[in-house]
Design a protein around this ligand. Sequence first.
Ligand SMILES: [Zn+2]
Length: 295
Amino acid sequence: MSDYVIRGMAGNGQIRAFAASTRDMAEEARRRHNSSPVITAALGRLMTAAAIIGIQCKEESDKLTLKVKGDGPAGALYAVANSRGDVKGFAENPQVLLHARADGKLDVGGAVGKGELTIIRDLGLKEPYVGTCALVNGEIAEDLTYYYALSEQTPTSVSLGVLMNRDNTVAQAGGFMLQLLPGATEEMAAALEQKVLAAPPVTAWLSEGLSAEDILHRLLDDFGLELTEKRDVSFRCDCSREKMEGVLVGLGRRELLDLMLSREAVSVHCDFCNTSYTFTRPELKELFKRNFRSE
Ligand SMILES: [Zn+2]
């Protein structure tokens, strides 16, 4: 079963709903970054959120970036999604090990610490839309709920979950997001809140074998759920040797010349997928000739 995000409406158009099934994406992030369980959980939650919010990306060049920058040992975490359903992400310190919380759960909030959540929507306009707010507890879902209340005045309920196997691979990952749109009645808000409060952790539902569709039906059947969109998503990085050549050329004639003369080889690293591209001296010379010879 591959990963996907679904979107729907309910409550006569007053409830916007999203759900995602993202096990493979979270496992691929773990494999690429060789991340510890707590970082796999943090990154899996953030990438699931990026996949969900990223469904708003429609054009080829649209891009959504989520950044969580706390003072905890994880350092900054990033997740980026685009209109093709590609999602990539990384944590600055992927090998952080922390004791589990008293309730037995992975201490994502402890790994993230206090800090800020930033959402960057690059939707092909002149300037990307950038919103920032303080982290509530670093657990990602509550931080997003707070973000939407504060930055967009949209009452939002977010649930994100990553469940690990005993061998530290990802067993389940996914999430849902419900938003009340302007015009929603008090009764509807209260009824929806009851549904959300009564819901188990999303990984419990996924472990029972529920699909993303099943999850939205459990939450919203009383409100007349109508599914409107589905998008396949996966961990995919858009880096390439050509792009890294561009990075080297972007250093400028002088810098590239210095590198070429002083080093046997240069490695350019892509943080998002943990891939290194090595350029030997002859390759650097060739690159230099191709780009700066005429100057
Ligand atoms: Zn990459």
